[in-house]
Design a protein around this ligand. Structure first.
Ligand code: NAP
Length: 256
């Protein structure tokens, strides 16, 4: 049962920002925060407070969940590449008439000395790779590995939180590990494995930037997959602080 005086906030999570947002709202008076995780990582880093796990069943399922749980505000703090969840959040909140904010950290900016090749998709990255080097460091997540499965002439070092599932590239070494990483560690890793090219999504944030600095120092090309577009007309914030300020404004308007 939800108290009619309580503001119920649904935070769509799976990121550092989502955890920091849940922590920032934990002591807000008259507020109940529910963080939602997809349930894909075996041992996820959990936010403080209430957590639910697993998909909602598309936009229709999410709309029903919002209405059944008396949710007054949704903040989509998912990863910039979680495009289906974001699209579903936009549709469901539109149907339920509930305000939505997208909290999305800024993308990475190329600096002097960087040799970045922007591509529109993982598939385009895979097409580009044979022209850039034979030994590839893949940091795009375990579920992206099938895209690179046909590239038998290349050798891959892939880093992921949980073990990947087939189909996988034929010449593959998997490193199970979770950030944040250090520049020294990334330099050693790339040197030890004779890495010639790095592949990354434009995830942004500080947790995984060390590989970019290491690649710059080693003069390696980095294939950077562009972010998917976000739905039109949805307000956005780039920081947790701005997301909290947006929530205060929305809560003030709802109260008044
Ligand atoms: P996605 O492709 O956009 O989502 C696929 C489906 O998974 C969604 O339609 C939804 O299922 C469910 N889902 C996704 N995020 C959810 C959440 N926070 N709570 C409940 N259900 C969720 O997402 P993804 O790229 O697989 O990412 C899954 C999760 O991992 C997200 O929480 C994201 O923040 C996190 N993550 C993703 C990446 C990445 O590179 N993609 C990196 C780091 C963390 P229903 O349609 O059934 O609701």
């Amino acid at each position: 049962m939800t108290d009619p005086g309580t503001l119920n906030v649904l935070v769509l999570g799976g990121t550092d920002e989502a955890r920091r947002l849940a922590a920032a709202l934990a002591d807000r008076p008259g507020t109940r925060v529910v963080s939602s995780l997809a349930g894909r990582v075996r041992d996820p880093r959990l936010p403080v407070g209430e957590v639910r796990e697993g998909g909602f069943g598309g936009a229709t399922g999410l709309r029903a969940w919002i209405e059944e749980n008396g949710i007054g505000v949704v903040i989509d703090a998912t990863h910039p590449f979680a495009a289906r969840m974001t699209a579903s959040a936009a549709e469901a909140t539109g149907l339920a008439g509930v305000p939505l904010l997208i909290l999305r950290r800024p993308g990475w900016q190329q600096g002097p000395g960087d040799d970045w090749r922007w591509t529109p998709s993982l598939e385009a990255a895979a097409e580009l790779l044979p022209s850039l080097g034979g030994r590839v460091f893949l940091t795009t997540g375990r579920r992206s590995l099938p895209v690179f499965a046909g590239l038998d002439e290349l050798w891959f070092l892939a880093r992921s939180v949980d073990p990947p599932r087939p189909p996988l590239p034929r010449n593959l070494k998997v490193l199970l590990s979770r950030g944040p990483f250090t520049v020294e560690g990334e330099l050693a890793l790339m040197r030890d494995h004779g890495v010639e090219v790095v592949v990354t999504k434009d995830s942004g944030g500080r947790m995984t930037t060390a590989k970019l600095f290491a690649a710059r120092e080693l003069g390696l090309p980095v294939v950077v997959v562009r972010r998917p577009a976000v739905p039109d007309g949805v307000p956005r914030a780039e920081t947790v602080e701005r997301a909290v300020a947006w929530l205060e404004a929305v809560a003030g308007a709802q109260a008044g």
